[in-house]
Structure formats: structure tokens, C-alpha cells
Design a binder for this molecule. Structure first.
Ligand code: MRU
Length: 349
């Protein structure tokens, strides 16, 4: 089941990205013909969501390889270095970006200096994209089945940020669980946090859920405790931008608060993410670089300033939920219940 929303399209010789800054008002694709344009699109959140960033960066490397070969011929591997660096600097928190770039670099190392890399790079980027689509489907089923095992269906869930087709190559991470849970009558209703300050929940998730015909109400982030107290919500289900070896999970700012609230109210907390979001090189979430964006995202909404002139605003856009507040991490490789270092290593190496 899918609304048919596609956010990333490779179109012969360029990358088309649905401009998520304009949703839900306008559905417009922008064209990226260079890797620099892809890097800028990631930084400016034309495309966002950890898996979607990784997939887009992989296609960015295809564009970089093509241009480096045209410009430098046998020296294309040196010529591509700046472009890889620029893509890596586009956003700091989602590890899928670095995972995808590393995978493309491993391929580059294997290719010959005189070989036109375009076809091989496109094959690998397409593999990354297709694997994400498959991982989404598996996680959707695993996560929804786990929910059904532990709570009397049908029930409501709360989600945060946007984890759907806009944020991935496929049906979504947490959103994939919602889709599966809805179509199998496990989930009857979704509370979507509006997700201040960028409003991913309001502008993107509510839009996707409506298109899918899934029952949704939108709420201010600060309404979550009140909603949980009503007793109808059995699970919080969210995605992640980076999960560390001990099971700590970075996700959109406000996720940590939801986890604390869920524990207080006896509600289970599920993190859904492909293994490309798992960073076993970091022992704990304290090491995750947390992106801070301009304070203007807090003081203004879509260019309209709401706060007093020159007030200082703090805008960290991710937080880290400690493993001890997480009941389940669902990946395409399986589920880690109540994550610890040992359990994470056993499943994810
Ligand atoms: O700043 P964003 O919109 O890129 O943040 C996205 C999130 O935090 C998502 O929850 C996360 O990437 C998981 S998406 C499948």
C-alpha cells in the first residue's frame, strides 16, 4: 500500500527531487545536474530524511563521476575528490549520508583509471535505492507484527517528524510500520506531532497520511503528554538518523521528550531504521554530531517573523534518545528488543 509519493527520481542524466520545502502547497520537482546541486538540495532540505539523503548523495556521486571523467579523463579519481567532500559536508547527523558515500567510494577504488565510471556508479546508486525500498517493506512488516504481539489491536500510535516516502526511497521506516499496521487493522489512528520548527509532521506526514487514507490527527508537539494520558496510544513509532553501538538513537528534535513521556505513561517506544542508519563505530549517542540550523527557523514560519527582533534562538534539530528508553529497534535485519551493546553487536555486527 502506498500513496505513490516518490521524492527521488533518476531521470536519464539528472536527479529529480521533489522540493519538500514547498509541500503541501506545491508539488514541484527540481533538477540536479551536478553533484554541487545535490549537496545544496540536501543542505537546504529540498530532500530530507536520513535514507533519502543517503540515496540522493549516491546519485550525486554519479553526477560527480560523469563530470570528473569528462573533465579530467584518466585523472577522474582525483577530480572527484572535492565533490565527495562537498556532499559529505551537506548535513552532519544522518549517518546514511556517510554510509552511502563510503559505499560509492569503495566502488570508485575498484574501478580502472581509464574506465568511464558513469554506468558502474549509476548501478551502485540504483542498488542503494532499491535496497532501501526492500528494507522499508521488511521493517514495515516486522514492526507492525511486533506491535500486534504486545498490544490489543487496533490501537493508536504517535509519530514524530516525517519518515514516509518523502524521507526514504520506499514506503518509509516508522511510516512503513504505520502503513502495514493500518492495512492489517493493527493501527486504527495516528497522532502526528507537528514537529517544530520545520513542521515535517504538519506539512509532510499529515499530507502523506491523508493521501494514504490513514486516519490522522495533527497535534502540537506539546500535546503529546495529554494525548498519551487518554490511554488510546499503545506505541510511539519513530525513525532515526543515527543509531550507535549501544542502541542510543538520534532522531528529530523532540523525539527524546516523547520517549521520556512514553515511559512515564507505560507506552512502548519503537525506533525503525535500516541498517544503513546504524553506526557501530560510535559507542554511544554522546558522540553523534547534532546539527544546529539557523535560529530563523525558530523565530519565523515560512518567512513570517513571529518573535521580537534580534532575539537569540537555539535550534538543535536532532536529539538523542538513550537506549534505556527504547523498547525495540526494528531493522531489515531483525529486531533488537531493549537494546544493549551486546544485543546490537549480535544482530548488526
Ligand atoms: O531534518 P530531517 O527532516 O532530515 O529529519 C528527519 C528525521 O529526523 C527522520 O525522523 C529520520 O531521518 C528518519 S526518516 C526515515
Amino acid at each position: 500500500m502506498s500513496s505513490g509519493v516518490v521524492a527521488i527520481k533518476w531521470q536519464n542524466d539528472h536527479l529529480g527531487l521533489l522540493d519538500q520545502r514547498l509541500l503541501p502547497g506545491q508539488e514541484l520537482f527540481i533538477t540536479c545536474s551536478t553533484s554541487s546541486e545535490v549537496a545544496t538540495a540536501i543542505t537546504e532540505m529540498v530532500v530530507r530524511g536520513a535514507p533519502a539523503i543517503g540515496v540522493s548523495a549516491a546519485y550525486g556521486v554519479v553526477l560527480a563521476g560523469r563530470s570528473a571523467f569528462n573533465q579530467y579523463n584518466d585523472n577522474w579519481k582525483e577530480g572527484i575528490a572535492d565533490a565527495l567532500h562537498e556532499l559529505a559536508n551537506s548535513r552532519p547527523t544522518a549517518v546514511n549520508l556517510f554510509w552511502a558515500l563510503d559505499r560509492m567510494k569503495r566502488l570508485i577504488d575498484k574501478l580502472g583509471d581509464t574506465q568511464d565510471p558513469a554506468a558502474a556508479l549509476l548501478d551502485e546508486a540504483t542498488n542503494i535505492h532499491n535496497e532501501d525500498i526492500e528494507a522499508n517493506k521488511l521493517m514495515g512488516k516486522l514492526g507492525a507484527e511486533l506491535m500486534a504481539e504486545s498490544s490489543d489491536a487496533p490501537f493508536s500510535v504517535i509519530t514524530h517528524c516525517n519518515t514516509g516516502s518523502l524521507a526514504t526511497g520506499g514506503i518509509g521506516t516508522a511510516y512503513g510500520v504505520i502503513r502495514h499496521g493500518w492495512s492489517h487493522k493493527i493501527i486504527k489512528h495516528v497522532y502526528a506531532d507537528d514537529t517544530r520548527p520545520w513542521l515535517q509532521g504538519s506539512r509532510l506526514t499529515a499530507w502523506e497520511l491523508q493521501r494514504d487514507g490513514i486516519s490522522v490527527t495533527l497535534n502540537a508537539d506539546s500535546a503529546a503528554a495529554h494525548i498519551m494520558k487518554q490511554g488510546d496510544v499503545k506505541w510511539v513509532v519513530v525513525g532515526a538518523d543515527r543509531i550507535t553501538a549501544n542502541g542510543d538513537a538520534a532522531n528529530k528534535i523532540g523525539t527524546y521528550s516523547l520517549a521520556v513521556l512514553a515511559r512515564y505513561h507505560g507506552i512502548k517506544f519503537m525506533v525503525v531504521a535500516p541498517s544503513s542508519t546504524v553506526d557501530m563505530s560510535f559507542i554511544s549517542g554522546d558522540l553523534i554530531p547534532i546539527e544546529e540550523r539557523t535560529g530563523a527557523e525558530v523565530t519565523s514560519i515560512q518567512g513570517i517573523q513571529l518573535s521580537p527582533d534580534q532575539v537569540n534562538a537555539f535550534n538543535p534539530v536532532f536529539d538523542v534518545t538513550p537506549a534505556e528508553l527504547i523498547d525495540a529497534i526494528v531493522t531489515e535485519q531483525g529486531i533488537v528488543l531493549k537494546p544493549t551493546l551486546e544485543k546490537m553487536k549480535a544482530l548488526l555486527g
